[in-house]
Design a protein around this ligand. Structure first.
Ligand SMILES: [Fe+2]
Length: 227
C-alpha cells in the first residue's frame, strides 16, 4: 500500500467516527510529526503494546476488496508482566463490500459488534483439527447473549447495536452491506503477531511504499518516530 493511501484512510476513519459522534482516545489524533515531539516516556504503553492505527489489505493489493482500518484502544500483553490487563478493545471500520478474510484465534475469545452504519455480516465455521473449515459441525453462538444455532457458513447479520461472541478456533470472515460499518471488538488480550490463523495464509500487516511523508504512524512502526 502507498503511504498516501494510508494517510487518507486514517483521515477517513477519523471523519467517519466523528460522523457517528464517537471520540477516540487522545493518541488517535497524534500525528507522526507530533509523536516525535511528544513526551514519549509517558506514552510507553502505546508503543510497547502497539496501540493505535492499523491499516491493512492482508496482502491483497486491493484494500476495498479485502482489508480494514483498525484502531486498538486498549490491550494487555501475553508475555510482559508489566501489562497484565486481560482484555482488549479495537475499532474496525469496514467499507461497504470490503471483506476480512477467514481466520481464527487459538487463544483469543472476542465479541464483534456493530456500533453504527450499515449491516455487519459474518460467516462462521469451526476449525477442524487440521485447521480447515468444518462444513458439518453446527455453529452455536451467542448473539446479544442469546444462544442461536447456525448452519456452518450461514450469514449472521448484525444490525447497529448487536454483537456476537466468537470462541477460540471459530473461523470467521466478515464484511459490510448497505453502508460502511463501525465495528468494534471487545476481547481477551490481542496478540496479532502470534494468535491469528488465516485460512489462506495471508499476511496480517502490509508492505508500505513511501510515496509521501507519513502523516499517521501505524501501530507496528513506532520505531520510525521514537527517539
Ligand atoms: Fe478475529
Amino acid at each position: 500500500m502507498k503511504r498516501s493511501f494510508i494517510n487518507k484512510i486514517v483521515d477517513d476513519a477519523i471523519e467517519f467516527s466523528k460522523s457517528l459522534n464517537m471520540t477516540l482516545p487522545k493518541f488517535a489524533y497524534i500525528s507522526a510529526d507530533d509523536w516525535k515531539k511528544a513526551d514519549q516516556e509517558s506514552w510507553v504503553e502505546v508503543f510497547d503494546l502497539e496501540l493505535g492505527w492499523d491499516v491493512t489489505d492482508y496482502g491483497s493489493d486491493d484494500f476495498y476488496k479485502s482489508g480494514t482500518c483498525l484502531f486498538t484502544l486498549r490491550n494487555g500483553s501475553v508475555t510482559d508482566p508489566r501489562y497484565d490487563k486481560p482484555y482488549a478493545e479495537k475499532m474496525m471500520i469496514i467499507e461497504d463490500g470490503q471483506v476480512l478474510p477467514y481466520h481464527f484465534h487459538t487463544f483469543k475469545m472476542e465479541d464483534i459488534l456493530n456500533r453504527g452504519g450499515g449491516e455487519l455480516c459474518i460467516k462462521c465455521y469451526w476449525a477442524t483439527e487440521d485447521n480447515h473449515l468444518d462444513t458439518e459441525r453446527p455453529v452455536e453462538l451467542c448473539v446479544d447473549s442469546q444462544k442461536i444455532v447456525f448452519k456452518p457458513g450461514e450469514v449472521i447479520r448484525l444490525l447497529p447495536g448487536s454483537g456476537v461472541t466468537l470462541p477460540p478456533r471459530m473461523y470467521h470472515s466478515f464484511w459490510a452491506e448497505n453502508g460502511k460499518v463501525m465495528s468494534w471488538e471487545v476481547s481477551k488480550v490481542n496478540d496479532d503477531h502470534n494468535d491469528n490463523h488465516y485460512l489462506k495464509g495471508c499476511p496480517r500487516f502490509s508492505e508500505i511504499e513511501e510515496d509521501v511523508p507519513m502523516k499517521w504512524c501505524l501501530c507496528n512502526e513506532y520505531d520510525k518516530v521514537r527517539k
